[in-house]
Design a protein around this ligand. Structure first.
Ligand code: NAP
Length: 254
């Protein structure tokens, strides 16, 4: 029997992107909307920026709302998901993108530096997924994409907390993927290398130069490089891919 051709179109799909007020999350939100999805743009401190993202999406005649909250707080994460479902009646796509760094050598790293990064990067993804999955199970359809990092695969000096959170996200992705695969829900991770957002722009110039020399493609990645893969993982065309961590790093980890 010939395969029915799967679609790359996200018309009618409802997406929540955490940390979408700027950086990679903003571009993921814009690209999901371009592909046809209605998008909830989550922010923590950047309300104005999030409303600007919503305005950009609305200019393209697509639907979007801005939702504030701290993903590391259980009540906020629960409310983020329930506000999406109250507004649109369902949630098809969750992109756990919100993330922070608090870089320090291990001997100078405080327990607070550790907790803050783990709480936002890992606990936040757990909480949003925990509250989104029951809706996806009921719908018998869902896509979860977690934003890990090359640092979660290879480690990085000065980033023990961040590396642990991003490696943890990969384990979380694989375990959750196994749990929900039978319900037609896929769970994947992307592992970006060095992407031109405030995270990379704040690196000292000599460090930027030495990183650049190690990237086989000879350039930093763009938020669009990451967003294209995320959008693909959210489509029907990617419906048989689950539990994967896909590197988007210009060959850096090869
Ligand atoms: P960014 O420009 O610093 O943006 C971070 C986003 O996360 C912002 O929208 C911020 O919201 C949100 N956020 C922070 N704390 C939050 C919280 N407690 N609750 C909800 N939202 C929160 O970061 P980025 O460079 O785009 O990175 C996005 C993701 O990609 C992160 O998970 C990062 O670890 C990962 N990543 C980045 C790179 C890179 O090179 N840039 C590489 C690998 C992986 P507000 O501004 O509204 O507070």
């Amino acid at each position: 029997m010939p395969d029915k051709r799967p679609t790359s179109n996200l018309d009618g799909q409802i997406a929540l992107v955490t940390g979408a007020s700027r950086g990679i999350g903003e571009v993921i939100a814009l690209r999901l909307a371009e592909a046809g999805a209605s998008v909830a743009v989550s922010y923590h401190t950047g309300a104005e920026a999030a409303h600007r993202v919503v305005a950009k999406i609305s200019e393209e005649h697509k639907e979007a709302i801005a939702l504030g909250g701290d993903v590391s707080q259980e009540e906020d994460a629960k409310l983020l998901v329930s506000r999406v479902v109250d507004h649109w009646g369902r949630i098809d796509i969750l992109v756990n993108n919100a993330g922070i760094t608090r870089d320090k050598l291990l001997i100078r790293m405080s327990a607070e530096d550790w907790d803050e990064v783990l709480n936002i990067n890992l606990r936040g993804a757990f909480l949003c997924t925990r509250y989104a999955i029951p809706h996806m199970v009921k719908q018998r359809h869902g896509r979860v994409v977690n934003t890990s990092s090359i640092v979660g695969l290879s480690g990085n000096p000065g980033q023990a907390n961040y590396a642990a959170s991003k490696a943890g996200l990969i384990g979380f992705t694989k375990a959750t993927a196994r749990e929900v695969a039978s319900r037609n829900i896929t769970v994947n991770a992307v592992a970006p290398g060095y992407i031109t957002t405030s995270m990379v722009e704040h690196m000292p110039p000599d460090l930027q130069k030495s990183v650049l020399e190690r990237i086989p493609m000879g350039r930093f990645g763009t938020p669009g490089d990451v967003a294209e893969t995320v959008v693909f993982l959210c489509t029907e065309a990617a419906g048989y891919i689950t539990g994967q961590a896909i590197s988007i790093d210009g060959g850096l980890a090869v």
